[in-house]
Write a new protein. Structure first.
Length: 584
């Protein structure tokens, strides 16, 4: 194709003139010389103000090439096997169909001769090219070939390798070793892009399963079928990165990796445990910039936020945050400490681990291997003249006793506890062996919390609902007649999940003169809860309904994170009705 012909084609597709296109080309060359990674196609789309999809549709009509919507196409195995993984990933070419001995291949740049030749040579069949956006091709390649498939393809050229123990945390940059490094980096990069908080490498008899936890829910990542062959090398690489003993495979180990992605510091906590089919490895990704939120960003209503602000400026007492692992307790505690952090207060924390470094606060990391436990650390903190103390978790009687003694001797103490709701915190402390009168006189408030996924703003639509079902689930009766319920229909922005991000729902119980006698008399948590509700406490589920009314989350999410045995039984009884409602 002659240059003038190509220039006219691009100009027509971009709804411009050849002279204008020439100006864009000159500007693109300057941008490229200055380090821009944009292709000419990307540059033209941006400068012309039209989307890549519309540009390719127009270009396809001029070239007589079909445009393929990869979101609506299922790639058959026969077509996928016609092109090698290496060529597909290197040239961003995805086979989409194979009929009448002709292979259809979708590409995003029809004017790349190296790509056209490589695909035609590799396919061993006549090729009909089609057009599709670059981002959609990348997603399709990961979906059908698996994340890191081209890297594993390179590794498959030799025998599966074991990393040399004598390397002492260093890996030689041989072909296969470099491929292992590249693959592990790809896994971490994909997790970062998908906003995952955890990566799990789970060995089975015939596969190595890799799953990401995104917004609290586990999702299996598409992986190439040959991944199991390289299990030992991949796990050894992770252990080398985190400073573990790669020769020890019989005992659990813990380690840490510090990486920088796009200028952002990522702390990765690594844990390995031996299983029947090899070591299972879990990576917890802690993005320092995203852990920290200010108090006004946590999602409290104004009444609760004001009450919390009054408590955290008190000179003494205990404030507890409760909830299961992954409920955002540490984020809340950091927000409280940041709010009261000043040069006039000495604040000391003891945590396992230190998840976020706060300037002006003395933070201690628990090290059980050398005897530095919560109890021991807390005992020595009291000799450091602190005003405010934060204990990562009250796990045992000794830690609880020291924390209460600190609160009664003029210190403000923050800590966490594993209970299902706020009233259960009192019975938990008493069950540990703390005298009820000490609990009643030292604890100022308890905050129970959960995290619910928030609706994706890009695909948010109104949802039909059954009023009777909502009423049975505890939705406020006086709000049902005017209620609007929303959910996410699923789109590319949220990976078809309908959710993007998370927000807290809370149950804030302040210890008042009405609550203290119940604690001192060892009343059940249900009685304490009833009295607190009478005095204005909003339960986790009721706070969830407030978030539903505001259009931030869905009914399903609130039910998922607040299910009790009673509510779960009701949900099962109404299962048919619920399914009809959810799908409508």
């Amino acid at each position: 194709m002659a240059y003038i012909s190509l220039k006219h084609l691009l100009a027509q597709a971009a709804m411009s003139t050849p002279d204008h296109l020439e100006d864009w080309q000159k500007a693109w060359r300057v941008a490229t010389a200055n380090g821009s990674q944009d292709t000419l196609f990307d540059f033209i789309c941006r400068e012309s103000g039209i989307s890549e999809e519309n540009f390719l549709i127009a270009l396809g009509k001029l070239l007589n090439w079909p445009f393929v919507d990869l979101r609506k196409v299922t790639v058959p195995t026969e077509a996928r096997n016609k092109i090698s993984t290496k060529v597909a990933f290197q040239y961003l070419a995805i086979p989409t169909d194979f009929q009448n001995n002709t292979l259809q291949v979708a590409v995003s740049n029809p004017f790349d001769p190296a790509m056209l030749n490589a695909v035609q040579f590799d396919s061993r069949a006549p090729v009909q090219f089609a057009l599709a956006p670059k981002a959609e091709i990348e997603k399709a390649l990961k979906k059908y070939y698996g994340v890191g498939a081209e890297t594993l393809d390179e590794m498959s050229e030799g025998e599966p390798l074991e990393i040399d123990i004598s390397a002492d945390k260093e890996i030689t940059e041989g072909d296969q070793e470099a491929s292992v490094i590249k693959f592990v980096n790809q896994i971490i990069w994909e997790a970062y892009k998908d906003r995952a908080t955890d990566i799990h490498f789970e060995p089975a008899e015939d596969e190595l399963r890799i799953r990401y936890r995104i917004d609290g829910i586990l999702h299996q990542t598409p992986m190439p079928p040959q991944l199991k062959r390289f299990q030992a090398a991949i796990i050894s690489r992770i252990k080398v990165m985190s400073g573990m003993n790669i020769a020890e495979k019989r005992l659990p180990q813990d380690g840490r990796i510090n990486v920088r992605i796009k200028g952002e510091e990522i702390d990765i906590r690594v844990s390995t445990v031996p299983t029947v089919y090899g070591e299972s490895v879990s990576l917890r990704l802690l993005t320092r910039g995203k852990i920290f939120l200010t108090l006004d960003k946590l999602g409290f209503d104004m009444r609760e936020e004001n009450a919390i602000r009054e408590i955290i400026i008190k000179p003494h007492g205990i404030m507890l945050v409760t909830g299961p692992t992954g409920a955002g307790k540490s984020t809340s505690l950091y927000a409280f400490l940041s709010t009261i952090n000043s040069v006039t207060k000495r604040i000391i924390t003891i945590e396992e681990p230190v998840e976020y470094e706060l300037k002006g606060i003395n933070q201690i990391a628990v090290r059980s291997d050398i005897g530095l436990t919560f109890a021991m650390g807390l005992r020595h903190i009291l000799r450091q003249d602190p005003n405010v103390i934060m204990v990562g978790e009250v796990r045992d009687l000794e830690t609880a006793e020291i924390a209460i003694r600190a609160a009664l001797t003029g210190h403000l103490v923050f800590s966490t506890l594993h209970t299902n709701d706020a009233p259960s915190a009192f019975t938990r402390l008493i069950d540990m062996g703390i005298e009820p009168f000490l609990v009643a006189s030292s604890v100022e408030a308890v905050l129970a919390q959960r995290l619910v996924r928030t609706i994706c703003p890009s695909c948010k639509v109104e949802q039909k609902f059954d009023p009777a079902f909502l009423l049975k689930m505890g939705y406020p009766e006086n709000q049902i007649s005017t209620a609007k319920v929303w959910h996410g229909a699923g789109c590319e922005e949220c990976r078809q999940l309908g959710y993007q991000g998370r927000q807290g729902i809370y149950e804030f119980l302040e210890v008042t003169e009405a609550i203290r006698p119940l604690i001192m008399n060892r009343s059940p948590a249900s009685n304490i809860a009833q009295r607190a509700i009478e005095h204005g406490m909003r339960t986790l589920r009721n706070d969830g309904w407030v978030k539903v009314m505001a259009g931030r989350t869905t009914v399903e999410e609130v039910l998922r994170v607040t299910q009790t045995e009673e509510h779960l039984k009701s949900l099962v009884e109404d299962n048919t009705k619920a399914e009809v409602w959810v799908k409508s």
